[in-house]
Design a protein around this ligand. Structure first.
Ligand SMILES: Nc1ncnc2c1ncn2[C@@H]1O[C@H](COP(=O)(O)OP(=O)(O)OP(=O)(O)O)[C@@H](O)[C@H]1O
Ligand SMILES: [Mg+2]
Length: 442
């Protein structure tokens, strides 16, 4: 139950930092204003209305009383003019008129309950409150013995208009505050967004220029830490690459020397075996060098992934492979083209080497490009599908160059694709062979 509620609240709340911080600022403000408005209406508004009604009723009672104490001529002479001047009430007397006799005198609308109460209390004659009078006035008709006294009461003598003004002010200032808060908060959130974007593109192996930490202290700290981390990672990667390239390169010279010496030693089964071993070592070192070169220097550029894929497939077909290729129109992404081409070549070469028919599909899945390579070869058992990504791991130990090389193909493929922020996983194809699924964020 509680979970359901928190889930619901979470769904309603804004997800962005800007939205949330605005909510934190605006919610208490709106709450406060609502509470203040309610209290104001409840207390102040009611009291004021009652007092205003009381004052009007008192004035009407005063007119009635004065009329009772004087004769008819004096009404026009001074009572009504005095009422107009001193009380802002427009009074007339209609002799002989009788009001319809009703039990609920003057209580047509709830709006005038206060006035009706006050009139009943102070005037002591039957009356009717008529709000259909023209203009913004209310007419009070009082039944006297000789006729009807009709008094026009301006509405502003009955209701306080300041209430609306106060509410307008409250809403207006709240809106102003929201606008100001939005502007300020946006500036606070901007550095966080930039940091998130930088971390995201760094994760995808893209160029991230060093950016100046700015914004609140914590954000600066995070940005500085990110910069430091990125430098360290870059240093580590380039160190590793340099070392790999150096070792591979330095090993080549003695290897070549050994092969030359072996070639001069004539022929015997032992020597041939040594030659095969040396050949394999050579291939491994070449693989390492290719691996190391792939990481060195190349910069990610917007590339036509379908174009690269078509090239790789065309090259494999030239070697006699049967490959089905299906892809969506023009998939493009920010990649290091040479490294990516090597990755694709390794995967497709593996499939061609182990299967007779190969199917390659590529398409968009959300914000990633997905590539699937299926073959109808023997496949790889599930428990070994992670193992083969390790360097120099080969499942067929025949060391037969026909079925494999140095055992670096998948290692390199995964390394390349992970440095782009994606990944490669192995599975089973519908024909029982291996399925290689690769995805690359764009
Ligand atoms: N499509 C496939 N079907 C069956 N087994 C495969 C397939 N692809 C790779 N393997 C197995 O995984 C092992 C490792 O593959 P990987 O590409 O890393 O090395 P390799 O192909 O042996 O050598 P390299 O690619 O460096 O020339 C292979 O030796 C093979 O046993
Ligand atoms: Mg391979």
């Amino acid at each position: 139950m509680v979970n359901l509620l928190t889930g619901m609240i979470k769904r309603v709340l804004p997800r962005s930092l800007l939205g949330r911080s605005l909510l934190i600022v605006v919610m208490p403000l709106v709450l406060l204003q609502v509470v203040v408005t309610i209290i104001f209406y409840d207390r102040h508004w009611d009291t004021i209305t009652r007092r205003l009604a009381g004052a009007v009723a008192g004035d009407v009672a005063m007119i009635v009383e004065t009329m009772a104490q004087t004769n008819a001529d004096q009404r026009a002479d001074w009572i009504f003019p005095a009422a107009r001047q001193a009380m802002n009430l427009e009074a007339v007397f209609i002799p002989g008129l009788r009001l319809e006799n009703r039990p609920d005198w003057g209580r047509d609308t709830e709006d005038y309950d206060d006035l009706a109460d006050a009139l009943e209390e102070r005037v002591g004659h039957p009356f009717v409150i008529d709000e259909t009078a023209p203009g913004r006035d209310v007419q009070v008709r009082v039944q006297l013995a000789a006729g009807v006294l009709a008094v026009l009461v301006p509405r502003k003598r009955l209701f306080s208009t300041t209430t609306y003004i106060v509410v307008m002010w409250m809403v207006g200032t709240a809106l102003l505050l929201i606008v100001i808060a939005t502007l300020f908060m946006r500036n606070q959130v901007k550095p966080i967004r930039r940091l998130a974007a930088a971390a995201d593109s760094f994760g995808k192996g893209r160029e991230v220029p060093t950016f100046k930490p700015e914004g609140a202290a914590e954000v600066r700290q995070a940005a500085a830490a990110f910069n430091l981390m990125r430098e360290r990672l870059q240093r580590y990667i380039s160190q590793r690459t340099e070392m790999l390239a150096g070792v591979s390169h330095d090993l080549r010279t003695p290897l070549t020397r050994m092969r030359l010496q072996l070639a001069m030693m004539g022929h015997s089964p032992e020597i041939e075996e040594l030659e095969r071993d040396l050949g394999e070592m050579q291939r491994m070192i070449d693989g390492y060098l290719a691996f190391a070169r792939g990481e060195g220097g190349e910069k990610p550029v917007p590339s036509d992934v379908t174009g690269l894929l078509e090239e790789v497939v065309a090259l494999a077909r030239k070697g006699g492979a049967a490959i089905d290729l299906h892809h969506e129109e023009s998939l493009s992404a920010l990649v290091r083209p040479e490294a990516f081409r090597r990755c694709l070549t390794n995967l497709i070469d593996n499939a061609v080497r182990h299967g007779a028919h190969v199917a390659v599909r590529a398409g968009r899945r959300g914000d990633a490009i997905e590539l699937v390579v299926d073959d109808d070869g023997p496949g790889i058992p599930p428990e070994q599908r992670e193992e083969v990504f390790k360097p120099f791991v080969r499942l067929d130990d025949s060391r037969n160059p026909e079925t494999g090389g140095g055992g670096l193909g998948l290692t390199i493929a995964r390394d390349v694709i992970r440095s782009h922020g994606g990944d490669v996983v192995l599975g089973e194809s519908p024909t029982g062979g291996l399925r290689v699924r690769l995805w690359l964020p764009v």
